[in-house]
Design a protein around this ligand. Structure first.
Ligand SMILES: Cc1cc2nc3c(=O)[nH]c(=O)nc-3n(C[C@H](O)[C@H](O)[C@H](O)COP(=O)(O)OP(=O)(O)OC[C@H]3O[C@@H](n4cnc5c(N)ncnc54)[C@H](O)[C@@H]3O)c2cc1C
Length: 532
């Protein structure tokens, strides 16, 4: 038996067993083992402090439990998953030889589903429209540094690793279930530092994500996965309501099933392809807005209440405002020490997002300030109407900022006063920013919500809406505006052997939740196939 001990004050100098013994007011010798399973910085105190969760084996367990210390309880099997410890090794199964899964998309959902299927012994083909990460990185650099035109197939959203490759690499999720252990153990095997399992707010940074994709790919290849980069799937082959293969851009066909569609929420053509194939879908609410950028030092000062940052990490925040009778507004995907980046795949569009390197050492901090938009706002009951709504905003942004890839921007004080900024502070956006009135970009619902949110957030974080803050827009692609209907196993309710998975399917939002979604479908496929 073991105990779960939350809220233990933590520092890196004292041994875990000593910290736990002091917290439990017991002798050091009675602590048989103390395993740090999660640590997080509590910045709500006057002095920020680290607190940790431990899995502990102690001699006088019953006595300690009887003391009723808040949160202390018996460690359960579910906690193994919750804290990313249940590391399933590969489970090879006797699978039918006609099981030849095709996975479309090498983002987190596609990569993890392909890995699980291949570990189970399936002969998998993994296809991505973009290049392997090395070539993709070169394409992004050419665009940012050399001002080469955007490559529609190799950019921040398409190519090996998917949309998370050039990201902050936050790998925490609100979902807490058993399969997290599978994901985190594999990430560590592929080169992520072990601490990502323990850190409550773990992040990798784009540099470490790009590095771990190479051993990930090698593992897939070693397991016999056929990987096809620079290959776009343009149609799904459906016979008698069963998906039996895919059609590639060059017109050739590839037979195989089941087909897992992990194409993300930027590949609008892929969503259309699913609808064409007969996959039932419904429109879904999204949240859109703008990135707000501040000097990181401003955020540190506000969050650490003027205390020296010293060895503490660059401060972060998560803010929300839920006004009665009006749409909720919140900050999203905060990137401490990061930069605002272009996240579009079409040349004549502007979409922004946030990215950072592992060290999070950039001068700026950014986050999206986003407003909930219900599907009724799209003005249509077509399941793909949300894409057109997003697209119109992205096209207006391209026009507004001069049609060369720069993003429209406005000082927060000017946005609140509804005037175009005369000048803009130095911003991180690699393709440049130009002044524009963001009220002309967004419907009133969104612009009003952003204004209300900025004012509310300024009360919570000093300087949030101050003269140093700038909005860079638009952030339209926070999540998928469509959801493909699925059964328990993750299969489309209208086409057999077709599994829409990950963020584009409308069931996940983020790197880990998309990976979990892919993994769950792969497990279901292996389970069903091995019981045939
Ligand atoms: C700049 C940025 C920063 C982000 N930061 C974070 C973060 O810090 N933490 C976090 O959790 N999430 C973050 N996200 C979101 C996260 O990246 C996504 O939620 C996640 O990648 C979705 O995974 P997915 O596998 O479902 O799809 P995606 O990652 O979008 O992958 C889809 C893949 O499918 C391929 N594809 C699409 N259509 C086709 C086709 N027809 N044929 C062949 N291939 C196709 C694409 O090339 C792509 O590689 C960020 C996103 C961006 C853009």
């Amino acid at each position: 038996m073991a105990l779960l001990i939350p809220n233990v004050p933590w520092n890196e100098h004292d041994p875990s067993s000593a910290l736990v013994a002091i917290y439990l007011e017991t002798s050091l010798t009675s602590v048989r083992s103390a395993q740090l399973v999660r640590k997080s910085l509590d910045a709500r105190q006057r002095r920020p402090r680290w607190v940790a969760v431990f899995r502990v084996e102690v001699e006088d367990e019953d006595i300690i439990l009887a003391r009723g210390i808040a949160g202390v309880r018996t460690w359960t099997a579910r906690d193994e998953g919750r804290y990313g410890l249940d590391a399933d090794g590969p489970v090879r199964r006797a699978l039918p030889s006609d099981l030849r899964p095709i996975v479309i998309g090498a983002g987190p959902a596609g990569l993890f589903s392909a890995l699980y299927l291949a570990e189970a012994g399936a002969k998998v083909t993994l296809i991505d429209r973009g290049s392997a990460v090395e070539g993709r990185t070169q394409a992004v650099n050419r665009h940012w540094r050399g001002r080469a035109p955007l490559d529609p197939e190799n950019n921040l959203v398409f190519g090996e690793g998917g949309a998370g490759t050039f990201s902050d690499g936050k790998i925490y999720t609100r979902r807490r279930d058993g399969e997290l252990g599978y994901i985190f153990t594999r990430l560590v095997e592929f080169g992520a530092p072990r601490e990502v399992i323990q850190d409550a707010w773990a992040h990798l940074g784009t540099d470490r994500i790009r590095a771990l994709l190479v051993p990930f790919r090698q593992r897939l290849a070693d397991l016999g996965v056929e990987i096809r980069y620079d290959t776009r799937v343009v149609d799904l082959r459906v016979e008698a309501q069963r998906c039996v293969g895919v059609v590639l851009e060059d017109g050739s066909e590839l037979a195989g099933s089941p087909v897992l569609v992990a194409t993300g929420h930027s590949a609008r053509d892929s969503a259309e392809m699913l609808v064409r194939a007969g996959a039932r879908a419904s429109a879904r609410g999204i949240a859109v807005g703008a990135r707000v950028e501040h000097p990181q030092e401003l955020v540190d000062r506000a969050r650490y209440r003027g205390a020296e940052r010293g060895a503490l990490p660059p401060a972060s925040y998560r803010l929300a405002h839920n006004p009665e009778g009006r749409p909720a507004v919140r900050t999203f995907c905060m990137c401490p020490g990061g930069m605002v980046v272009p996240a579009n795949n079409d040349v004549e569009r502007v979409v922004v997002n946030g990215m950072s390197f592992a060290a999070r050492r950039a001068f700026w901090a950014n986050s999206a300030v986003i407003v909930e938009v219900p599907p009724e706002a799209y003005g249509a009951d077509d399941p793909l109407a949300g894409f057109r709504w997003q697209d119109a905003i992205e096209a207006r942004a391209f026009e507004m900022a001069g049609r060369d890839g720069a993003a429209p921007a406005q000082r927060v004080v000017d946005f609140l006063a509804k005037r175009v900024s005369e000048d803009l502070p130095r911003a991180s956006y690699p393709l440049g920013v130009r002044p524009g009135d963001l009220h002309d970009l967004f419907p009133d619902l969104v612009a009003d919500g952003i204004r209300e949110g900025l004012r509310a957030f300024d009360d919570k974080l000093a300087g949030f809406a101050g003269p140093d803050a700038v909005l860079i827009a638009p952030e339209t692609r926070t999540t998928s505006p469509v959801r493909f209907l699925r059964d328990e196993a993750g299969c489309s309710t209208s086409v057999m052997d077709l599994f829409p998975i990950g963020e584009g399917a409308g069931y996940a939002g983020g790197i880990v939740s998309s990976a979990l979604d892919g993994l769950r479908a792969a497990r279901a496929i292996v389970g069903l196939a091995s019981s045939r």
